[in-house]
Design a protein around this ligand. Sequence first.
Ligand code: BTX
Length: 329
Amino acid sequence: ASTRMKLINLLENNRAEYISGQELSNQLDISRTAVWKHMKQLELDGYQIEAAPRKGYRIISNPDKVSQNTLQWGLETKWMGKHLHHYDQVNSTQDIGHELAKEGAPHGTVIVADEQLKGKGRKARSWHSKKGEGIWMSIILRPDLAPVQAPQITLLAATVLAQVLAVEGDVEPQIKWPNDLLIDHKKVSGILTEMQAEQDHIQYIVIGIGMNVNQDGSKFPDDIRYKASSLKESTGHAWDITKLIQKILKKFEHTYEVFLKEGFKPIKLTWEHYGYRIDETVTISTMKKKWKATLVGIEADGALQIRNEDGSHEKLYSAEIEWGEGGYH
Ligand code: BTX
């Protein structure tokens, strides 16, 4: 760990008492002037530190703002987020992900922004990403997979978010095929997967995660208010964005490792557990026809499996589904 992280750890573990500059200097093996300089840096990151003459230093409060340091302190991962870039404001963390990946950023690099001016959804749609109200994050992955397997990573990401929401938020999230996270039929989170690939090999994937955390429902723009929600809306209180990001990264790393070891099967089962309207009958339409069918589950290639009224099974790669409830589409 960096000196910075060790310092924060020492201060955190001694919150009740002061630690002298001399003691810190001994433990960290740096000069007292260097200790003092680190303290100034921590203050810039939003830590409130009390420096009492002859007693030493003590953390009074942790920053509520998100920064590289606050994200990495207490991050319990082995490789994910070890390279982490935080920005106050960007157009889109996806664009930065692509730039960094092209420059050779390693597997597990994470990009987080407080605000996006041009947050992207799928198919050139936009993603509303206001300052400090949600998680706007991209992760660079370099999986040893064929391009046709890329959808598995999106489905994997959806299971990660569903599980973090269920465990941390004590809410009942559902995954709407292919990649929306709903709570009470409203969209709380979305995933955007972009990749650079050769014919038979993925060079890198940039997986974008947007999650509404602390918005009040009334603050969403008119056109999405009826179908968007936030974690705060569904739990009644605000959430610590830094901690949530850390939970997501830890769960993501773990799930990714399970995926490497055991393949797609466990992901499929978790996905189907949280799947929206699985085992229910919905109306589906394509260019040619419109019919009723029951949603059965997902396939390893990302397709939705349905059962028609005559009992036949079918795989859908793209189709309009009338999801019902709130007119969601
Ligand atoms: P999507 O195409 O499934 O969803 C986009 C649609 O969702 C929009 O057209 C709008 O109707 C609605 N919408 C827009 N903003 C929100 C919001 N904040 N909450 C709920 N609904 C909304 C989903 O695309 C993928 C979104 C990925 C976003 C992340 S954020 C970090 C990364 N950077 C980036 O530019 N995109 C990704």
